[in-house]
Design a protein around this ligand. Structure first.
Ligand code: KIV
Length: 273
């Protein structure tokens, strides 16, 4: 167990995250989509598990996050929730489940809370979703915001390049971060923005700011678990640190297994009844 893992909190709540920000303790967050991986990540002591709509990419093989449905998100979230003892579980509201109006957004959030047993939800956007954010929070559901590169809007942006490099977009992002905080969000993810903008947002806001490609000054970090473990080989953004090379390790193990089966080496006498 890492010495950096804070076991003070038996269960991570939104209040625990706020306390971490206030005393300068960085928050760790990873994505998870299934029971077995969530068990390991929770046992390791990660503070937040995000059932991200990146499941659309890494679990289902879609090019974007747009195709994943609310039912599919609920399936992934319920699997993660069954595994978790300590981490706070945040679940993405998928594209098309909240942009229509605040009633639709609330219904989608309630389905995730009731059917998956989630602890909170995450939504992409600023001013344009504020009414929905307020309605969901007033129903008792904690909301995490998401600004900067918001992959559900990829066809509007046209690229996955760094966002908010220009002053006007940076000011807009800062304004939206304040709006989300005022609406009652318990934290905000900032994706792929300049580190100094991440610093400014983190310093100006009271709530925790979690970055992915948002530099070192924010209050916590999130990575997609498949990227962090090296299950993907093709995705190599500057912000990614790989802690394992599971693609090659799994490939080698599988080749070894095939060889053993073909040669008759597996199973041996001890491995049969
Ligand atoms: O869906 C996801 O994995 C995310 C992270 C990139 C923050 O939203």
């Amino acid at each position: 167990m890492s010495t950096q893992t804070n076991k003070e909190f038996k269960k991570i709540t939104t209040h625990a995250l706020q306390a971490m920000k206030e005393r300068g303790e960085k928050i760790s967050m990873l994505t998870a989509y299934d029971f077995s991986m969530a068990t390991i990540l929770d046992d390791a002591g990660v503070d937040i598990l995000l059932v991200g709509d990146s499941a659309s990419n890494v679990m289902a093989g879609h090019e974007t996050t747009l195709p994943i449905t609310l039912d599919q998100m609920i399936y992934h979230a319920a699997s993660v929730i069954r595994a978790v003892k300590r981490s706070l579980v945040v679940v993405d509201l998928p594209f098309g489940s909240y942009q229509g109006n605040s009633k639709e957004a609330l219904n989608s959030a309630i389905r995730i809370m009731k059917e998956a047993g989630a602890h909170s939800i995450k939504m992409e956007g600023g001013e344009e979703i504020i009414e929905s954010v307020k309605r969901i929070i007033s129903a008792g559901v904690p909301v995490m915001g998401h600004l900067g590169l918001t992959p559900q809007s990829i066809y509007k942006f046209g690229t996955y390049n760094v966002r908010a490099k220009e002053d006007a977009e940076a000011e807009e992002l800062l304004k939206n971060a304040h709006l989300l905080q005022e609406a009652g969000c318990f934290a905000i993810v900032l994706e792929k923005i300049p580190a100094l903008l991440g610093k400014k947002v983190s310093e100006e806001l009271k709530i925790p700011i979690i970055g992915i490609g948002a530099g070192m000054y924010v209050d916590g970090q999130v990575l997609v678990m498949h990227d962090m473990l090296g299950i993907n080989k093709e995705f190599n953004p500057r912000f990614l640190r790989r802690y394992l090379n599971l693609y090659d390790q799994i490939l080698d193990a599988t080749k070894h297994y095939i060889e053993d089966v073909k040669s008759g080496d597996f199973p041996n006498e001890q491995e049969q009844y």
